[in-house]
Design a protein around this ligand. Structure first.
Ligand code: NAG
Ligand code: NAG
Ligand code: NAG
Ligand code: NAG
Ligand code: NAG
Ligand code: NAG
Ligand code: NAG
Ligand code: NAG
Ligand code: NAG
Ligand code: NAG
Ligand code: NAG
Length: 812
């Protein structure tokens, strides 16, 4: 390898000229002129997995096969991560049109298989002029070939020694003027062959305007591999010569390339080495380095984190892991891994003692081994938000979330309409994350109660991630559990007010587990309206005002002093409706007057009779229409009556919807002793009514029991009647106003003219029965003494019809 070259060569090996073709696919193609090569990058999405290029010159289009590429100066590399196929063509590649070594025109066809057919796209030809002038000798270590070009006019190096000529003996012995090639391996000199034979063996020779080019694929039998300072090297050494009578013209062509595949070290550096003394007698390393075809001077590279050093006579290039221009790729191999790919580009400029320059360019693809790429899952749940927040972080950019399994149920991403959400969070460090939010109450969440009133929400998440573009699947499991302690049924705070009971409930996140009912009816705003409750509900609390006598109260110990009203709110399991808790509040009430119409057919009345009895009269001497029905209790002017609706001389009125029982309070003029005179100056009549909707009655005419779905609507009527005959059963109320229950309070508003008191509701004691219950014998029997006999003839035809229908229905 000690030979320089000294003889000026001016040969014409061949001359090519070329025609040009054009044709551009849209948007997916990039063509770039670089200092020493021309590059075409095409998106894989367009080319598919196996694109074919053809190099075109005037003689035709040549398919660039692997072998042809290495011989003719082409290099095709597939880069999956950026997703393109890259073709690099040497300026001295076979089909390139070369004008004075200054302008180079490239022309290619791209063959793409589309819908099963191979379509040829002629790419527009492109002309490049290298911005960096050619050095006297240039060596390119491409990924698939070595290329050396020398200036064809050079002066003999000053130190040519006689010894060097020994190796030329075969040239001297040559008898032909034809150009011959002689390969030298490390230790032997091979017999010369002619150029055309050498071409057949895969070598390329080219003479341009000013340069002689020699190209050899790697791994040729005539090249040799060795180790220099522990670095693998491949070299090819060809001497071409021609004996022209007494002169031997010869050129020594040598290319040596470091075959180091790089080493990844734990500090995150990719190390690549090349022997310092690859080319003997050359000195003065000047290094430029970069990735993806970019070259920057050593100081600039070092600023970017590269380390360029010499050790043990080798040059060491250390590329930082995250160097700009590196490619990163994820891979699944049971676990998730990543690796980095570096398309290293290195230029070394060496000079010999005559300061003649050799420029060496190396293009090397280095890859790290598979490095663990851990994805982390974080439980970001905040209990107060009442939902799970699970974060999956450090997801590499080429990995996408395809689906989640939540407690075994699969949901593909992007989610179709659903109560939970997944948001992608992108970070500047090229990772991203997914934030998954699932409300505790989502049906997909598992719930577990423990004995200590603690509630566990459980969410097992199995993330399905795909690595692009090959769509390999990777699963990541996470289980989040949220513990809600004190998951007892809600309890209302209750306060007695003058007019009823006021309930308040502060919402807790998990209260939705229970439903709130009044008796068996779900508490809704409709129910509240219907029953006259005043409900207000916001995100913080629920307020329920239950006015006295509205539906749902139970009354106890009714006396003239007052009574107790009890209201119960029941908490049931949402799923099973099982009663799990309740708030019961009992309050004392003491209205002046009241009337209660119970579901079991009792009317209870407390009436102020001050104006209904003569001056000085005693309420104890009052009675109902049936004079044997007297008050249960009296105090001065007030009296309490409690009696069965159907008894005590009540009148019954029936219309198409309701049945109304009415009675009246009379003052007995019969004196205990005849001598006692009582002036009859009563000013009022007091009548009372209980009205029940027919629809809710089960046993209207039952002998034994009265049974209504709902309490009756009561009315207590004080009618001004100064000179009334209080014993007369003829009743002519001056007004027959039935007050609605909910809104009127019981403060006895006694007006000059008669007015019905607000209706009062005694407890409803039984669970709603919606079907008629037959007697044991299966026949419905009219009770013999039912009041309807009295009222029946007075019913008009339509009313009778409706009642008959109802009764007939009961027969069936
Ligand atoms: C390109 O396609 C054409 C037909 O369209 C075919 O003749 C040619 O051989 C193909 N070249 C390569 C390199 O596949
Ligand atoms: C080159 O040498 C081979 C024999 O080694 C011979 O057959 C062939 O004709 C030669 N080619 C030329 C162009 O001289
Ligand atoms: C990795 O290489 C760099 C650069 O040569 C060096 O500074 C570092 O110490 C090396 N780390 C290890 C663990 O070998
Ligand atoms: C230098 O080379 C010698 C022998 O080849 C070897 O023992 C030594 O470890 C090398 N030093 C470094 C820093 O690589
Ligand atoms: C990327 O950035 C995010 C947000 O700053 C951080 O949480 C995460 O740990 C980073 N990941 C890596 C691998 O540096
Ligand atoms: C996650 O889901 C995938 C696909 O259904 C399944 O093959 C895998 O076993 C699951 N992983 C775990 C830990 O359940
Ligand atoms: C997740 O976060 C919640 C709320 O901070 C906490 O209660 C729970 O214990 C955490 N751990 C797991 C494994 O879910
Ligand atoms: C009250 O509001 C809360 C949320 O604002 C809701 O969850 C709850 O069902 C409501 N309760 C009723 C009885 O309407
Ligand atoms: C209600 O009356 C019953 C007797 O009828 C009595 O035992 C009970 O103590 C009374 N309740 C109240 C709170 O006065
Ligand atoms: C009907 O007669 C029964 C006894 O046969 C009696 O108990 C009931 O009070 C009577 N009903 C009416 C409304 O008079
Ligand atoms: C039945 O009673 C209700 C409640 O008092 C009342 O609204 C309705 O008008 C009554 N129907 C008839 C037909 O009188």
């Amino acid at each position: 390898m000690a030979l320089g070259f000294c003889i000026g060569v001016a040969l014409l090996l061949s001359l090519w000229s070329r025609a040009e073709t054009a044709g551009i696919p849209d948007g997916v193609l990039r063509m770039e002129c670089h200092d020493r090569y021309f590059m075409i990058a095409v998106d894989i999405s367009f080319t598919g997995d196996e694109p074919h290029f053809e190099a075109v010159d005037e003689t035709g289009a040549y398919a660039i096969t692997q072998q042809y590429a290495a011989q003719c100066g082409y290099s095709i590399n597939v880069h999956p991560l950026p997703g393109h196929v890259e073709l690099r063509a040497s300026y001295f590649s076979c089909q390139t049109q070369n004008k004075d070594d200054e302008m180079f025109t490239f022309n290619f066809n791209l063959n793409v298989t589309q819908e099963g057919k191979e379509v040829t796209y002629p790419l527009q030809d492109k002309t490049c002029s290298p911005s960096v002038p050619w050095s006297p000798r240039e060596v390119t270590c491409e990924t698939n070939y070595m290329e050396v070009s020398v200036r064809s006019e050079v002066t003999c190096p000053s130190g040519t020694k006689k010894d060097d000529w020994n190796s030329l003996k075969p040239a001297h012995r040559s008898t032909t003027s034809d150009w011959q090639v002689m390969f030298q391996t490390d230790d032997e000199q091979l017999a010369p062959i002619n150029i055309s034979d050498a071409r057949k063996q895969g070598y390329a020779f080219l003479l341009t305007e000013g340069r002689l080019v020699f190209r050899a694929p790697y791994g040729q039998p005539e090249s040799f591999s060795t180790e220099v300072n522990g670095v693998p090297v491949e070299a090819v050494h060809a001497t071409i010569f021609s004996r022209q009578s007494w002169v031997v013209l010869m050129v020594d062509l040598v290319a040596a390339c470091s075959m180091d595949e790089g080493l990844y070290n734990e500090s995150g550096y990719m190390l690549w080495e090349t022997p310092e003394m690859l080319y003997p007698n050359l000195d003065g390393q000047q290094i430029k380095v970069g990735l993806k075809g970019e070259l920057v001077a050593q100081p600039v590279a070092e600023e970017r984190g590269y380390i360029v050093g010499k050790q043990n006579n080798t040059i060491q290039i250390c590329i930082p892991e995250n160097a700009e221009g590196r490619y990163r790729k994820s891979a699944v191999e049971d676990d998730l891994y990543e690796f980095y790919v570096y398309h290293l580009y290195l230029e070394q400029i060496l000079v010999d003692e005559d300061r003649v320059e050799t420029r060496i360019r190396s293009l090397r693809t280095l890859a790290t081994p598979l490095l663990p790429s851990p994805i982390f899952a974080e439980n970001q749940t905040v209990l107060e938000e009442n939902m799970f927040t699970a974060y999956l972080g450090d997801v590499p950019e080429d990995v996408q979330l395809a689906a989640v399994h939540l407690n075994g149920q699969e949901f593909t991403v992007p989610l179709s309409v659903s109560s939970f959400i997944i948001t992608k969070v992108v970070h500047p460090n090229n990772t991203h994350g997914y934030k998954l939010k699932v409300p505790f109450e989502d049906p997909v969440v598992l719930q577990q109660f423990s004995k200590t009133d603690a509630l566990h929400y459980i969410l097992n998440i199995n993330y399905t991630l795909t690595v692009l573009p090959e769509k390999d699947l990777y699963y990541h499991m996470e289980s989040v559990v949220a513990l809600v302690t004190d998951a007892s049924p809600p309890q209302f705070d209750a306060v007695c007010t003058e007019s009823g009971i006021s309930f308040k409930l502060d919402h807790r996140p998990f209260d939705y587990l229970w439903e709130i009912t009044i008796d068996s009816d779900l508490l809704t705003s409709e129910l509240a309206d219907q029953h006259g409750y005043i409900m207000s509900n916001d995100s913080n609390s629920l307020l329920l005002e239950v006015p006295l006598f509205s539906r749902g109260y139970e009354y106890k110990n009714v006396s003239l002093k007052g009574f107790f009203g009890t209201f119960e709110i029941i908490m049931r399991d949402r799923e099973t409706s099982e009663v799990q808790g309740s708030t019961i509040k009992t309050c004392p009430f003491s209205p002046t007057e009241l009337i209660m119409c119970s579901t079991d057919g009792r009317m209870t009345v407390v009436a102020d009779l001050a104006l209904a009895i003569p001056n000085g009269g005693n309420a104890a001497r009052t009675n109902l229409r049936d004079k044997y029905c007297g008050p249960k209790e009296t105090d001065g002017s007030r009296a309490l009556f409690s009696f069965s609706l159907n008894s005590c001389g009540a009148t019954v009125k029936l219309n198409s919807e309701n049945v109304t029982y009415e009675n009246e309070i009379f003052y007995s003029k019969k004196l205990p002793r005849p001598s006692q005179v009582v002036s009859d100056n009563a000013k009022e009549r007091v009548t009372m009514q209980c009205t029940y909707p027919l629809a809710g009655l089960h046993r209207l005419f039952s002998v034994h029991r009265f049974e209504s779905d709902a309490v009756g609507i009561g009315g207590l009527l004080h009618t001004t009647h100064p000179a009334a005959d209080l014993q007369s059963p003829t009743i002519q109320p001056t007004s027959a106003l039935t007050t609605t229950l909910a809104t009127t309070t019981l403060a006895a508003t006694r007006r000059a003219t008669g007015s019905y008191k607000p209706a009062l509701h005694p407890p409803s004691r039984h669970v709603k029965v919606t079907r008629f219950r037959y007697p044991a014998n299966g026949r419905f029997r009219y009770p013999a003494n039912a009041s309807y006999r009295y009222i029946w003839p007075t019913l008009n035809k339509g009313v009778r019809q409706s009642l008959q229908t109802k009764l007939n229905a009961a027969h069936i």
